[in-house]
Design a protein around this ligand. Structure first.
Ligand code: TXA
Ligand code: MG
Length: 334
């Protein structure tokens, strides 16, 4: 495995690796993806092995443009074309009925498929050169924090990946919005940079709610995106008291929205950006840093209950659920 600058020659090399069934990690605007040829069953199997991901969890197939939709999806509804027109290339994944011939391993045995056209220039160059679909989950071990730099990918996957294209830090920082379009009204399965309100506005339709019949999404497990150290969310007003109390027993790392009070006994005090997009961009790198700080507990100041914070609130709530149990992620339903 090597980390390389994505020159034309290295992108050619990445394409050769994909064509021969290998794994290439590449930057997208959201997070790094762990890519394989979506039409090669052995290559797709290697993704699951590298991530330690259960076979029932479907992968997103990345495409170079909406023109490729008919190769992967059938009965594509008109609302999908409208969302593609409005948000692709970009951080939106659509769940559609899968086309005949799509590998079962890609869809986790479901009749639907997740599709996305990423806007990152390196991802786009790779997709255009490769020609086909690239199956790519986030480039992290299952249940862990997604990778937003090439170094994170190396830390997570090491020799399990054949090549890492280094496109710098991902500008969005959290995974794409996932919208299910298989049942008439759109259903939000995972919040992201593109908000539910933006999708509703683009379609002039209100969003349905996920229910038992909605497709499964592992990013919607109650426990996911978790650091190794336990993480707890604490409201701003009680943060200082919670830190004082916990730090009496163990070293505590804090992700706060205000500067460290001079009297605080926290070991690490990280001040997060006040802007929601900036917070999202830095979130996973911040969590990794706190996770590696040698602390026994991470306390995170809770975020405003407004739509612009929905995606980061979602990731932090799952990180808290994931680390509280200290066990494998548990599906607690939608
Ligand atoms: O931003 C992103 O979406 C990144 C970059 C690399 O594109 N990818 C990503 O992939 O986050 P992954 O595998 O970590 O998360 C994809 C989510 C999973 O929760 C999976 O269950 C869901 O998408 N998903 C994929 N196909 C699906 C389907 N057919 N039905 C329901 N959920 C699906
Ligand atoms: Mg993931």
């Amino acid at each position: 495995m090597s980390i390389v600058t994505p020159t034309d020659a290295q992108i050619e090399r990445a394409i050769r690796i994909l064509r021969s069934g290998g794994l290439v990690a590449f930057p997208t605007e959201t997070v790094y993806g762990l890519g394989a040829d979506a039409s090669n069953a052995a290559a797709v199997a290697r993704i699951f092995e590298a991530k330690g991901r259960p076979a029932s969890h479907p992968l997103i197939v990345h495409l170079s443009g909406a023109h490729a939709l008919p190769d992967w999806a059938r009965d594509v509804p008109e609302i999908a074309l409208r969302l593609a027109e409005r948000f692709w290339p970009g951080p939106l994944t659509m769940i559609l009925a899968r086309a005949p011939g799509v590998l079962q391993a890609v869809t986790g045995g479901q009749d639907s498929i997740g599709l996305r056209v990423p806007s990152h220039p390196v991802a786009m160059a790779l997709l255009q050169g490769f020609g086909g679909g690239i199956a790519a989950p986030s480039a992290n071990r299952f249940g862990r924090v997604s990778a937003t730099t090439a170094q994170h990918v190396r830390d997570e996957l090491g020799e399990r990946v054949d090549l890492i294209l280094d496109g710098g830090a991902c500008p969005v920082g959290i995974e794409s919005t996932i919208v299910d379009l298989t049942s008439g009204n759109p259903v939000l399965l995972r919040p992201g940079r593109i908000t539910a309100q933006e999708i509703e506005a683009a379609l002039q339709m209100s969003m349905g709610r996920a229910n038992a019949a909605s497709p499964r999404a592992s990013g919607t497990l109650a426990a996911h995106y978790a650091p190794r150290v336990p993480l707890r969310l604490v409201s701003g007003g009680t943060l200082d008291a919670a830190v004082r109390e916990a730090a009496a027993r163990q070293p505590v790392a804090v992700l706060a929205r205000h500067p460290r009070p001079t009297y605080s006994n926290a070991t690490v005090w990280m001040v997060a950006p006040l802007d929601a997009l900036e917070y999202a961009r830095l979130l996973y790198a911040g969590l990794r840093q706190l996770d590696a700080s040698g602390c026994g507990l991470i306390l995170v100041e809770a975020l405003p209950d407004t739509p612009d914070w929905a995606a980061v609130r979602d990731r932090l709530a799952r990180a808290a659920a994931g680390s509280a149990s200290g066990a494998a992620p548990v599906d607690r339903g939608p």
